[in-house]
Design a binder for this molecule. Structure first.
Ligand code: PLP
Length: 474
């Protein structure tokens, strides 16, 4: 049963992975968490390491076979700052490039379509944690996510000729809406390739913005290959969802605003991570102007491509990716986003599906807003981290990144929210199908507070399966 995802109670975590090539497997290893005080911030590298020409590095990366690993191969306790290894901080390979991001972010044109979203205190959560938790409300942007920043920033830089030919992208969600809105604003044609499984509500809202939707393939990967092929054939400009300097720059404006909006000490900014565009942009800005502020990524435990890539010191490919937080369900992070993250990000916190649901509920209680799972990810990470390290009296920011919630999902979210808060547990047991066994079950559970009970025959018939929810507080 999926809901029974309790986090491990010990402070050790397990690492093991398998490789494409069976001869290159590394042994499984256990790593023990040494301290529960928050790790010190990643320093901005003052590199003197040799500069590798970019093209050469690209070639090197192409040649190398991508390591395929399972998400379970890197799991650690919720709130622990992992996803870093001794190979993570390799030193900057070009301070000038980093300055380039900074100046590009400062002069970005995203404000033609996006607005400076408010930074609001989460009063109830702050009281509960004894930490000042601020919410950067990117869920309030015109298409209900930050994604229009990157898409617009890239498209606004295209030549008149390129705009005349039009743009194309592949996406099952927020990037599609960002590109469609940017195209509307710039008066160019946009083709959006979406998997055939995309819910109608999503592709209809893209069409309403004036883009042409092509439903193609069963998965995102198929939609992406179609979009890339069409770009070549028809001369469209392909707008990637995260792995492009202009996209990263656009997302970086979120970091610039946070620094402008929040005066005084700041311990960390928690950022949801999919392909890494948002966190790379925020880190590129914040680590240059306020290097003491930690930049912490948050991923679902079953969609931890960035944590694993940082751990291994190279981009990996996830064997399988959990789709609950669909906005961040990527198998492989970007090349440029990874390069920036391994230099500038302090680590990645992993959270469960139940914890994400609990944070969606928290946000509803704070602001009466409903976040999508990826949009609540940073809040779940911030809470888990503050609890794990016993942080008190500090200030943290969580980027609430999106609100494109599939309405049908709400039922599952409300069910799991209390499990995430550990107020409720879903339990299962088998009962022999014989007289008096249900009475015996009731006697055994005694005074436990049961809120729901399901009784089902199993296929074997001589046993029944009982599912029940135990509640600790009203
Ligand atoms: C709501 C939401 N949050 C976070 C992300 C992750 O952003 P990135 O892929 O830049 O890491 C996305 C990506 O689409 C998103 O839609």
């Amino acid at each position: 049963m999926d809901s029974l995802s309790f986090s491990p109670t010990s402070s050790s975590f397990l690492l093991h992975h398998h490789h494409h090539n069976p001869h290159v497997s590394r042994p499984a290893c256990h790593v023990r968490v040494a301290s529960s005080s928050p790790p010190s911030s990643v320093a901005v590298p003052l590199s003197s390491s040799p500069v590798v020409p970019k093209e050469k590095e690209k070639e090197k990366e192409k040649e190398k076979e991508r390591m395929v690993v399972s998400s379970e191969s890197l799991q650690y306790e919720s709130g622990f700052l992992g996803g870093v290894s001794e190979r993570t901080c390799v030193g900057a390979e070009g301070a000038a490039e980093a300055m380039g991001y900074l100046t590009d972010i400062l002069s970005s044109r995203v404000y033609d379509v996006a607005f400076e979203s408010p930074l609001q205190l989460a009063a109830k959560l702050s009281l509960r944690l004894d930490v000042n938790v601020w919410l950067k409300r990117e869920d309030l942007q015109p298409v209900f996510s930050f994604k229009l920043r990157g898409a617009y920033n890239m498209m606004a830089k295209l030549s008149q000729e390129q705009l005349k030919r039009g743009v194309i992208c592949s996406s099952a969600g927020n990037h599609a809406q960002g590109v469609a809105l940017a195209a509307q604003k710039l008066g160019c044609n946009a083709v959006i390739a979406m998997p055939t499984t995309t819910p109608e509500i999503k592709w209809k809202s893209v069409e309403r913005l004036g883009a042409r939707v092509v439903l193609v393939g069963d998965s995102y990967d198929e939609a992406q290959s179609y979009a890339k092929k069409r770009a070549e054939q028809d001369g469209f400009t392909f707008i990637p969802p995260f792995d492009h300097p202009d996209v990263i720059t656009g997302q970086g404006t979120v970091g610039m605003e946070v620094i402008r909006q929040l005066k005084g000490p700041l311990h960390a900014i928690f950022v949801p991570v999919g392909g890494g565009g948002l966190i790379a942009g925020i880190a590129a800005y914040v680590k240059r102007v306020r290097p003491e502020v930690k930049i912490i990524g948050v991923e679902p435990s079953d969609a931890n491509a960035m944590a694993l890539s940082l751990y291994h010191g190279e981009r990996i490919m996830l064997e399988q990716v959990g789709g609950f937080a669909d906005g961040v369900a990527v198998k492989e992070v970007g090349r440029e986003t990874f390069r920036i993250c391994r230099e500038l990000v302090d680590g990645v916190v992993l959270v469960s599906r139940d914890a994400i649901c609990a944070s969606i509920k928290d946000m509803f209680e704070e602001k009466r807003s409903i976040l999508e799972p990826a949009g609540a990810l940073s809040l779940a990470g911030a809470e888990a981290y503050c609890k794990y390290y016993g942080l008190k009296g500090e200030t943290v920011v969580a980027i609430t990144s999106g609100a494109n919630m599939n309405f049908d999902r709400l039922r599952l979210v409300t069910e799991l929210a209390d499990v995430g808060r550990k107020r409720e547990a879903v339990l299962a047991t088998f009962l022999p199908e014989e007289n008096g066994s249900f009475r015996r079950f009731c006697e055994l559970i005694g005074s436990i507070n049961i809120t729901e009970l399901k009784y089902r025959y199993t296929s074997r018939k001589e046993e029944a399966l009982v599912l029940y929810r135990q509640c600790w507080s009203s």
